[in-house]
Design a protein around this ligand. Structure first.
Ligand code: SF4
Length: 242
């Protein structure tokens, strides 16, 4: 029987969530409460729409000629690992179609549960929201430990991984925070690159619409100099940065 899951939406020709042109599935439900989240409407597991893996695969096949050469399928969210059976089945079916698979995750999940999904994942986009534990809690409302455990496991199994870090002035930009992350990541043997994502406010209107308190109203976007400083810190640890 086909697996059923809860999704927010799909993007048929995504270009920012993994290599090449990608079919991106945004799942519903996230245990984190990131202050800068641009998808706050993905928080609740009960919103969005129910769909089956069969339906998604039928849709994906329509785009196979665009995505099969250098792109593939990415499952993002929300937090995809909240629906492990559903997501695993999507990836398994994509592999049957010889499509590259990428998982975009915060890493906040039970490691044993994540392991079974990772069997069918070619690339992990691991969002590490901060390194300083207190800053991590302030940004996300949850602990950093599961994310670090997943990062370490990914290195042990040598799973290709891109690390993503959102640079937020006055929140995640403290040099010791970035430096701690750079040092940790430089000790992993599977990381192909680090993506620094400058904070933006494109999701602010969604917070207002949902009646949530957007605490970063007065936070500026990072200056080019601040972005360069973060690039320099990661680079100084021998990491490829984008
Ligand atoms: S992990 Fe992603 S979807 Fe979840 S709250 Fe953070 S930014 Fe939003």
């Amino acid at each position: 029987m086909t697996s059923v899951g809860q999704i927010h939406s799909v993007e048929t020709c995504g270009t920012v969530d993994g290599p090449g042109i990608r079919f991106v599935i945004f799942t519903e439900g996230c245990p984190l409460r990131c202050l800068y989240c641009h998808n706050p409407d993905c928080r609740n597991f009960t919103s969005g729409k129910q769909t089956t893996v069969d339906d998604l695969i039928t849709e994906i096949q329509k785009y196979k000629s665009y995505i099969s050469s250098s792109g593939g399928v990415t499952v993002s969210g929300g937090e995809p690992l909240m629906q492990p059976e559903f997501v695993k089945e999507i990836f398994r079916r994509c592999h049957e179609l010889h499509l590259h698979t990428a998982l975009d995750t915060s890493g906040y999940a039970d490691l044993q549960v994540a392991k079974s999904v990772l069997e069918y994942v070619d690339l992990v986009l691991l969002d590490i929201k901060s390194f300083d534990p207190l800053t991590y809690v302030k940004v996300t409302s949850v602990s950093i430990e599961p994310t670090l455990a997943l990062a370490t496991y990914l290195s042990e199994i040598n799973k290709p991984t891109w690390i993503r870090f959102v640079l937020v002035p006055q929140l995640t930009d403290a040099p010791h925070n970035i430096e701690g992350l750079a040092k940790f990541v430089s000790n992993l043997k599977n990381v192909e690159k680090v993506e620094i994502l400058p904070f933006h406010k494109m999701g602010e209107y969604k917070w207002e619409k949902l009646g949530f308190d957007y605490q970063l109203k007065d936070t500026p976007i990072p200056t080019p100099e601040a972005i360069q400083q973060a690039v320099d810190i990661f680079s100084s640890y021998g990491l490829k940065v984008q």
